[in-house]
Design a protein around this ligand. Structure first.
Ligand SMILES: N[C@@H](CCC(=O)N[C@@H](CS)C(=O)NCC(=O)O)C(=O)O
Length: 222
């Protein structure tokens, strides 16, 4: 009997589950995506007491949370390409850029998203100061990334890796919300154009119109 595919619990319009979904596509792993709604929320909370997505349920019933850990798991159980690297030097470089992209870009973009997107009006106590603080960190990271990508094709050097997935989701979210910094970033734009045509990120483009906000929401956050 064939093993059942990995089951991934996800929320719609949520960057961390999308990161795991893109990663699985890159690794050509069969993923059964279950979107969390009222009908399965209780089960989801039992699987992850922190009530956050993604949650990966393995065929043997084991449960993995944390998008980074889920991606690392998928990298180790499927064949090449190894998106976290296959030798100590590559692993080191990729891990460093992945964590930088996660902490200084993706997580900061998520903060901006929560504080300015009207979708969170009822659930997040919105703060324009918090949005501005996170946006300043985003700007600083993008300036470093622009310099980096003038020297290398991808974040961790030659070759697409897990670090590019993390950074691309952050960049995509900013771009879809129409809040990319105004300063020109030609190397980042070229890098993003290369990633945009990968099959694995197709699903992102369909959600772009739903993330689009008007700049006036900055002013609306209190
Ligand atoms: N560190 C966790 C963060 C997960 C997370 O915050 N996921 C968001 C969606 S992007 C979520 O579930 N939010 C629901 C909530 O906070 O109630 C990870 O990387 O998986």
């Amino acid at each position: 009997m064939a093993a059942r595919p990995l089951r991934l619990y996800a929320f719609h319009l949520a960057p961390n589950p999308i990161r795991a979904i893109i990663f699985a596509r890159e690794k050509r792993l069969d993923l059964n995506i279950v979107y969390v709604d009222a009908s399965n929320y209780r089960k989801f909370c039992e699987l992850n007491p922190f009530r956050r997505a993604p949650v990966l349920e393995l065929a043997d019933g084991r449960v993995i949370t944390e998008s980074l850990t889920i991606c690392q798991y998928m990298d180790s159980v499927a064949g090449p390409p190894f998106l976290f690297g296959d030798d100590p030097d590559r692993r080191l470089e990729i891990a460093m850029w992945e964590r930088r992209a996660e902490m200084e870009l993706l997580n900061q973009v998520i903060e901006v998203y929560h504080h300015i997107h009207p979708m969170f009006r009822a659930t997040v106590s919105r703060s324009s100061a918090q949005a501005a603080h996170s946006f300043a960190r985003v700007r600083q990271f993008l300036a470093v990334l622009e310099r980096r990508l003038r020297e290398t094709s991808y974040l961790a050097g030659d070759g697409f890796t897990a670090a590019d997935i993390t950074a691309y989701i952050g960049y995509f979210w900013l771009s879809a919300m129409k809040v990319l910094p105004e300063e020109p970033m030609p190397a980042i734009a070229d890098w993003a154009a290369q990633i945009k045509i990968r099959e694995s990120v197709e699903s992102l483009h369909a959600i772009a119109p739903l993330l689009d906000i008007h700049a006036s929401h900055w002013a609306e956050a209190e």
